[in-house]
Design a protein around this ligand. Structure first.
Ligand code: PAF
Length: 295
């Protein structure tokens, strides 16, 4: 496995791989890898000849009062895990490699970046689209892998890739959960045992909504109100909303084709997000992927 910190070095290596006709896959991460990332890496490994994992805590996607400076990291552990999964390249740039002096060009995700998490984290998605566009331009992977847990992020990146004709296929894979249902997140490491216990109300509310949907409930307000009634363990409920999973348009009235029930809230100082897809399709997460290169 090669550990690479410089963009030119990465480019030279990838040029050789691509010259040999290798299929390159990218798993973009902010490190502190967990089983959710492992699932992404496994998928990437199974579909690509060459696996690149980027580890970069992107300062641009954190607001001034957010947890950038205390975001968890453990590069040694990340390296061991990537080695175990046969990753070929770990790309770990320093901030100045990604944002050189005078950096002033950003990718604006438009209105999709202002709803849900965007209304609590101003500028967050602009930071995400900018860094993901930079990673996609730098690495030029054939496929890039994202988790359903960040449903809004995957919808915004999908839109960006389409709008900017970025030649990459996006693969979204289902959320990985602990046995008790808690969605895996690097931020779970901030939770005390008592807080972790309370955090379970999120997945419980989402699973209840899923089973109500399966049982035939289609009225958005009924789904949302029942979920909210189960979210009382949160110290702050930021949102519990039904949205179209591809456009993020808010759903009122009857639930349509591919809808996400999305929740964000705080337990103590830790902000958690999670979602479920409500759909009659067999494998709804698959529909979040962008199959085929945008024309
Ligand atoms: O999902 C994440 O970990 C980050 O938002 C990403 C996509 C790596 C961009 O920094």
């Amino acid at each position: 496995m090669r550990l690479i910190r410089s963009i030119p070095e990465l480019r030279v290596l990838l040029k050789t791989m691509k010259g040999r006709g290798e299929r390159v896959g990218l798993v973009p991460t902010m490190g502190y890898l967990h089983s959710g990332h492992e699932a992404l890496i496994r998928q990437c490994r199974s579909r690509c000849d060459y696996v690149v994992v980027s580890v970069f805590i992107n300062p641009l996607q954190f607001g001034p009062n957010e947890d950038f400076h205390r975001y968890p990291h453990d590069l040694d552990r990340d390296q061991t895990l990537c080695l175990e999964h046969g990753v070929e390249i770990m790309f770990m740039p320093e901030p100045k490699e990604m944002y050189s002096t005078g950096f002033s060009t950003f990718v604006d995700p438009g209105s999709m970046g202002n709803v849900l998490c965007g209304s609590y984290r101003q500028g967050h998605f602009r930071g995400v689209t900018t860094v993901v566009a930079k990673l996609l331009n730098t690495i030029q992977p054939d496929l890039a892998f994202f988790g359903q847990k960040d449903l809004q992020q995957s919808a915004i990146i999908r839109r960006m890739v389409w709008d900017l004709n970025i030649p990459v296929e996006l693969v979204v894979i289902p959320t990985v959960r602990d046995d008790d249902g808690l969605a895996l997140s690097s931020r779970n490491s901030f939770l005390s045992p008592e807080e972790r216990c309370r955090a379970l109300c999120i997945s419980k509310a989402l699973f209840e909504a899923e089973s109500a949907f399966r049982g035939g409930v289609r009225l958005a307000s009924e789904i949302i109100n029942s979920a909210k009634n189960l979210l009382t363990e949160l110290d702050e409920l930021q949102y519990c909303e039904l949205v179209d999973a591809l456009t993020l348009d808010s759903i009122e009235g009857q639930i349509g084709r591919l809808v996400g029930l999305c929740v964000a809230g705080k337990i103590g100082n830790t902000r958690l997000i999670d979602n479920v897809l409500l759909s009659e399709a067999d494998d709804p997460t698959r529909q979040l992927s962008l199959v085929g290169i945008p024309e």
